[in-house]
Design a protein around this ligand. Sequence first.
Ligand SMILES: *Cc1c(COP(=O)(O)O)cnc(C)c1O
Length: 388
Amino acid sequence: MSATFLPYGRQAIDESDIEAVAEVLRGDWLTTGPAVDAFDAAFAEAVGARHSVSCSNGTAALHLALAALGVKEGDTCVVPAITFMATANAARYCGAEVAFADVDPDTGLMTPETLDAALARAEGTARVVLPVHLAGQCGALDELAHAATLAGAVLVEDASHAAGSFYRGEPVGNGRYSAAATFSFHPVKTIAAGEGGAVTTNDDAVAARLRLLRSHGIERDPARHRRQEGEPWWHEMHALGWNYRLSDIHAALAHSQLKRLPAFIERRQALARAYDTALQDLPDTVRPLARTRACNPCLHLYPVRIDFEAAGRSRSAVMDRLRAHGIGTQVHYIPVNEQPYYQDRYGRQDLPGARRYYERTLSLPLFVGMADDDPQRVVDRLAQVLGL
Ligand SMILES: *Cc1c(COP(=O)(O)O)cnc(C)c1O
């Protein structure tokens, strides 16, 4: 094992990132300046969408996306049970209810079948379906979009994990199957801004609404003001928005990291292949995440499926022993429908795929700065700790 501790994820900051941030600090704008517009343009181009609207974090991106689409009380948003809780919370911020969809126990992803079951429970109130690209991998977006359309809903992709991933040969976030896609630039995600997020969309009206809502609903275009008296200080609030702006400091870091995305993709894919190869030598007790068709992921996490019962070891004991050997692991995620807040609201729900996924999952270290032989070492240690 390398001497340093291997966390399950960490950012990769180099001198070009530091220089990009320092340049903003030497300039005139710390927020609402040119670095934000430059990043928005570059991110839109990178994912092949007409618009990208950056914001303060990935949670704000989800909230903005749903608000810009007009999600409100009386509506339902379909959210897979296996996700970070922010996906569901964004629906609640808008006053909408959440219908939790079960997931495939081998991928952790919502499927057309589990979506249909959740849509049936929503009884005609579903407005938005939020597929979550867990670990960077997406499911059958074409089929999910089809099922959503039949129910009178649209897709909003929670692509927080999927910067750099491809679906049917095209970048995730290009909006081919969705009204919008949201990203997070938290340090453990593929692009790190410290805190940051973005919504991508091809819809001009949705993009205008996103820009309005991220800064208090203030209309910046004088041509659209209702009062036209030419007073230079005049501004108008046209909707109830928030301060969800990304600062120029964060935007500069995100933009610099975006330039490194092709190298990040290559590195993450090489490390994932090294893990895949190392795991082939292990018995069925440990399996990699099952892969979906048509997706070429840039994995943000490397989750494995472990039959802890068959191994006769508890997950917490395995995590403790790995930690003692300098290997950090994490569990992504506790089914959100089992969180007390949601259980109080909706009661207990039996989602057996999510339960089974949760009981077996463990995320192994995956980040750009890992050494070539780290995956093999992690897998060897995991096998030893599991008694395989
Ligand atoms: C990280 C994450 C978010 C929220 O992003 P923040 O930038 O931390 O607010 C939302 N959904 C998923 C699936 C995430 O992993």
